[in-house]
Design a protein around this ligand. Structure first.
Ligand SMILES: [Ca+2]
Ligand SMILES: [Ca+2]
Length: 347
């Protein structure tokens, strides 16, 4: 007779223990693999980030060197002659492009005193300057902004700067906005302040950016207009009845003089008759804008600087640096296709 078989018991011998050990090793290996993969990914991100920061730092250094180049060019200009600044001089013949290691550098110098100074709309006593306001209306017509803006914008800008808010309502109008703010009742520091004008829509501002901004600037009140560098749009704003076509003829005439013209020659060309210039006129300049666009590998740096040049000793002072502007030089249009987004700025 067979004895009853013993119940089956799992084998807890050495073979089972080695299986558990193997599973543990595989599990540990899997965890180690995940950790290492994470470290490698993080290192990759860190390397990308640092490489991007280094590229931008290099592009920025290139941009600063562009500003320095402009400073030297303007200093050499005044050493050559202190009497006149005109479009046939070296500094004005910029739009330079330099190849540098790993990229390139583009520089453009413009005479800010050839542009319409928005701060001239109000005089140093804080009162509207009527001839300048009328000239501004003509400029708005010449650049063909919407007729509604031609009638409203001069007053909005005048109120923004003048000190008569106690008798006007503009302060309350601005204080009732959400969020509320006050008009400065003083000279403008940037033409972008126009974005803060009440009743000026985003669409209207964008229209102004496109049509008006190339011809306006903000400079200290009383700064003279350099007639040798003023574009036709600004020349047409100076006198009633001067069309853009007339003004282009005058500018062509000015440019035909290889060393610029005098105020007397300009007065002859303008034939003021019973009118007079709305601004003080000059043939030389103290304020220049330097735009630099620098590329290093895949990174761009933009710099827009204002330089002030002392007419006596040629000493050049940095007035401002703006890294937030995006611009394109006319000769660059063929090779900016790879970065269209940077020019699509939402304001
Ligand atoms: Ca000069
Ligand atoms: Ca005011």
């Amino acid at each position: 007779m067979m004895k009853n078989a013993l119940p089956w018991k799992p084998n807890k011998g050495p073979r089972t223990q080695s299986g558990v050990a193997m599973l543990t090793v595989i599990f540990m290996f899997a965890i180690a693999t995940v950790i290492i993969a994470n470290i490698i990914m993080k290192l990759d991100v860190d390397i990308d980030r640092h490489s991007s920061v280094m590229q931008h730092a290099q592009a920025w250094q290139y941009a600063l060197s562009g500003e320095e180049w402009a400073r030297q060019t303007l200093y050499e200009d005044i050493l050559a002659s202190r009497e006149v600044d005109h479009r046939n001089e070296d500094w004005a013949n910029t739009s330079e492009k330099f190849d540098v290691e790993g990229g390139y550098l583009e520089i453009e110098i413009t005479d800010m005193q050839g542009l319409f100074n928005l701060n001239s709309l109000v005089n140093t006593e804080g009162i509207a300057d009527v001839p300048a306001v009328n000239a501004f209306k003509r400029l708005l017509s010449v650049v063909e902004v919407e007729p509604a803006l031609v009638s409203t914008l001069p007053n909005l800008l005048k109120d923004w700067q003048d000190k008569d808010h106690l008798s006007g309502t503009e302060r309350d109008d601005y204080l009732s906005l959400e969020p509320s703010y006050r008009p400065p009742d003083d000279a403008m520091a940037s033409i972008s302040e126009m974005r803060l004008l009440k009743d000026l829509s985003k669409k209207e501002y964008q229209e102004l950016r496109q049509k008006l901004f190339p011809f306006v600037t903000v400079l200290p009140r009383g700064t003279a207009l350099n007639i040798n560098t003023a574009p036709p749009e600004v020349i047409a704003s100076l006198k009633n009845g001067v069309s853009l076509v007339n003004a282009k003829g005058i500018v062509d005439n000015i440019e035909s003089y290889s060393k610029g013209i005098s105020i007397a020659q300009f007065n002859n060309m303008m034939n003021w008759q019973n009118q007079s210039p709305p601004f003080t006129l000059d043939v030389k300049t103290g304020y220049f804008r330097v735009n630099v666009r620098a590329r290093f590998l895949d990174t761009y740096a933009f710099l827009s600087s204002v330089l002030k040049r002392d007419p006596k000793n040629g000493e050049i002072t940095l007035v401002s640096r703006d890294k937030g502007q995006r611009f394109i030089f006319y000769y660059s249009q063929g090779f900016v296709d790879s970065e269209p987004d940077i020019f699509d700025i939402d304001l």
